[in-house]
Design a protein around this ligand. Structure first.
Ligand code: AMP
Length: 398
């Protein structure tokens, strides 16, 4: 079965077409500036040329139509016609408490995704738009929703509750949800394979470190705690998000700047994190370069990030009463050896030792711990699209 995986943003649409008999990528691409003007980059993996041009994309429906046109075209295509695509899997950011696993989309599911809009006002509407656009263009092809939050629904109350009046949980659903669940799920399953043990017997800490970052404690294959919270702003300092801060800062900043809550919250999301501290960039490559050239604030931002990751790893080792493996993934986790080494410097006490030689090497799934490290340390490139396609296949074949 061939499965189209869609990750829809408010003005963008990322896609991959996978052949699930062999789990190989047939084509991938990105529609951008939907509703503004429009651009499509389509990358077939069969040797045909890349299409990378401005085209009119007034809505997501035209974007999906353009993607299908390229996937089936003689010049850029990878399939003969649309009937070869057996199903569509959608990344959906928020499933609230309703969805602890992926689901086949029907009217009831669409209503439930819409009910979660107040919890993810920027993301869920875009995800709904993507699903509706596929329906408009592809008719009755089965569609599946895979939620970023679902993996974390196994967290116990002590991990997901905030110590605020209980009615805010019961009436307004204020609790920790966590995000990046598809990534944490993928890398933890892969880590169990690499360790040659059933995941049920393992305590793992997964560090998804990208532009957005979160850490997850995975005990026996289940998420038992995670650093993002009610929204993805919580936890670690990130590219542009502040991570955990004292909540009183919000009111203090409003009082002392004359800005309103919305403006300050926007700054905490978009102008904070390592960008805010360094004043240089949200990109760790730029920060390393600036730090090497003597920029103290860039160096401080990098130190703050490594320190926050290490503290969270320590906390999750305590939460699980031990840890067998630590996983690094996503843009920074997979590529930034210096940040991994900086985090490793805090972890010797728990028997987790990074091997400098292995850490410096690039590659795919790999161990980077020393031979005498009692905790295994792994770098595992994440593959959320593959998880979405696997879930989609499984649900459609049922
Ligand atoms: P992601 O959100 O997973 O796509 O990660 C994107 C981030 O990964 C970028 O903003 C960079 O900070 C970081 N990144 C990507 N490649 C490298 C690299 N070679 N060295 C350091 N950081 C990198």
């Amino acid at each position: 079965m061939k499965i189209l995986v869609i990750n829809c943003g408010s003005s963008s649409l990322k896609y991959q077409l996978l052949d699930m008999e062999t789990e190989t990528l047939l084509a991938k691409g990105l529609c951008e500036r939907i509703g503004i003007d429009g651009h499509l980059k389509h990358q077939p993996q069969n040797g045909k040329p890349v299409f990378d041009e401005d085209i009119a994309l007034p809505t997501h429906t035209e974007a999906i139509a353009a993607v299908l046109d390229k996937l089936t075209s003689a010049e850029y295509g990878v399939v003969a016609d649309m009937s070869e695509i057996g199903a569509v899997g959608h990344r959906v950011v928020h499933g609230g408490e309703k969805f602890a696993s992926s689901v086949l989309i029907d009217d009831e599911v669409m209503a439930a995704i819409a009910e979660c809009i107040p919890l993810a006002p920027l993301h869920n509407p875009a995800n709904i738009t993507g699903i509706e656009a596929c329906k408009a263009v592809m008719g009755n092809v089965p569609q599946v929703a895979v939620f970023d939050t679902a993996f974390h629904q196994t967290m116990p109350g002590k991990a997901y509750m905030y110590a605020i009046p209980y009615e805010y949980y019961t009436d307004l659903k204020v609790r920790r949800y966590g995000f990046h669940g598809t990534s944490h799920r993928y890398v933890s399953a892969r880590a169990a394979e690499m360790l040659g043990k059933p995941i049920e017997e393992l305590k793992l800490i997964s560090c998804h470190m990208g532009n957005g970052s979160s850490i997850c404690a995975i005990d026996g294959g289940k998420s038992v705690d995670t650093s993002m919270g009610f929204t993805p702003i919580a936890g670690l300092p990130m590219g542009t998000r502040c991570g955990d801060i004292d909540v009183s800062i919000l009111d203090y900043l409003c009082q002392n700047t004359g800005k309103d809550v919305k403006t300050i919250t926007n700054e905490l999301n978009k102008k904070s994190g390592v960008l805010g501290v360094s004043g240089v960039s949200s990109d760790f490559r730029d920060l390393s370069k600036a730090a090497e050239e003597g920029n103290d604030r860039a160096a401080l931002a990098l130190d703050m990030f490594a320190y926050a990751v290490a503290k969270t790893i320590g906390a999750y080792a305590a939460a699980m009463n031990g840890v067998d493996g630590i996983i690094f993934t996503a843009g920074v986790g997979e590529n930034d050896a210096a940040t991994r080494a900086a985090i490793g410097k805090y972890l010797g006490w728990m028997g987790a030792k990074v091997c400098p030689g292995c850490n410096a090497k690039r590659g795919g799934d790999r161990f980077i711990n020393t031979s005498d490290s009692t905790v295994k340390i792994m770098v595992i490139p994440t593959n959320e699209e593959l998880v979405i396609a696997r879930d989609t296949k499984e649900l459609v074949e049922k």
